[in-house]
Design a protein around this ligand. Structure first.
Ligand SMILES: C[S@@+](CC[C@H](N)C(=O)[O-])C[C@H]1O[C@@H](n2cnc3c(N)ncnc32)[C@H](O)[C@@H]1O
Length: 304
């Protein structure tokens, strides 16, 4: 093709630019961006020796690489999508990009919730947790709430596109939320203000601050959420994602709010990532791999 650049040459240039900007995974980033612009799989990008870039694709690739390298935009905001559990979700700066570790929250809820339970995902963002639950457990009655109108619009659009049934609610934590839920799951903001300086530019510049930060110790949202959930007699299961080193403090809050069995579940990196409290109607299951009692003798004090 006249004026066309072989993809591998263009990829090399893009990788160099992205790497020089300080991004951690320049090869992967460049491949994903090229595959997105050209509308081909990453596999084809690497195996089709005849693949070339020409015409408007040249400008589109240059623009995507500039956004990644110069603006430090996350790849998912540039491509507009991110995989989570079995779903491909639309993502944009109105909501946090769903993280792989949050899949643990879904995994636990899928395993622990009884048939037909009414479950609320507080701080639903893109709708990731609520939609994955509706997808994997169609028997559940799933709602998702957020205090951000923009996030709720995105979540609703994801639900409509995926054809998944979730009730969306605007609410500041549980204020004004109907008193009908047996389970609350949440990945709330939990980054301490003091950790702001240590965050990557991708996060700090582009993801919504209201989805990240929660006061001096990172617990300014978790504290009222746990107290409000505990005060509702209908809530038999509370599962909250936490940051590294927060398990002991959050388990104490959950126990103090009236939940009997309180456990911390570790993510694939071995970090205590979700605190689960159960009481009453939902049976407390026995320990599974990765679970540990927190705040009891012999508790983990892992503060990675
Ligand atoms: C860490 S993000 C999680 C988003 C999504 N659940 C996920 O896991 O990708 C936290 C979300 O909580 C929402 N949020 C923050 N404060 C809130 C509050 N007081 N009430 C309800 N939602 C809140 C934010 O707008 C944001 O969408």
């Amino acid at each position: 093709m006249r004026g066309a650049t072989p993809v591998r040459d263009a990829l090399d240039g893009a990788m160099t630019a992205i790497g020089a900007a300080g991004c951690e995974t320049p090869r992967l980033d460049a491949e994903v961006l090229f595959a997105h612009v050209l509308g081909v799989s990453r596999e084809r990008l690497l195996t089709d020796r005849d693949l070339a870039i020409a015409g408007p694709d040249v400008r589109a690739v240059q623009n995507a690489v500039r956004r990644r390298a110069v603006e430090r935009e996350p790849v998912a905001y540039i491509t507009g999508s991110r995989g989570f559990r079995r779903l491909e979700l639309a993502v944009d700066p109105r909501a946090l990009i769903p993280r792989p570790e949050t899949e643990l929250l879904v995994e636990l809820a899928v395993a622990k919730l009884p048939r037909g339970a009414r479950v609320l995902d507080v701080g639903t963002g893109s709708g990731a947790v609520a939609l994955a639950l509706a997808d994997e457990r169609p028997d559940l009655l799933v709602s998702g709430s957020d205090v951000s109108e923009g996030a709720l619009e995105l979540a609703r659009a994801n639900g409509d596109r995926l054809g998944l049934r979730v009730v969306w609610l605007w609410a500041d934590l549980l204020a004004g939320v109907p008193d009908t839920f047996e389970a609350i799951v949440s990945n709330p903001p939990y980054v301490a203000e003091s950790e702001r300086g240590g965050l990557a530019p991708e996060i700090l510049r582009h993801e919504p601050a209201g989805a990240l930060f929660a006061g001096p110790d990172g617990l300014n949202v978790i504290r009222p959420l746990v107290a409000q959930a505990g005060a509702r007699a209908s809530v038999c299961l509370l599962a909250v994602e936490i940051g590294a080193g927060q398990a002991v403090a959050v388990a104490e809050l959950v126990r103090g709010a009236g939940f009997e069995s309180v456990r911390a579940e570790r993510d694939l990196a071995g970090i205590e990532r979700v605190v689960v409290g159960q009481r009453g109607g939902i049976d407390a299951r026995g320990s599974q791999a990765g679970e540990s009692e927190v705040g009891e003798p012999g508790e983990s004090r892992d503060r990675r």
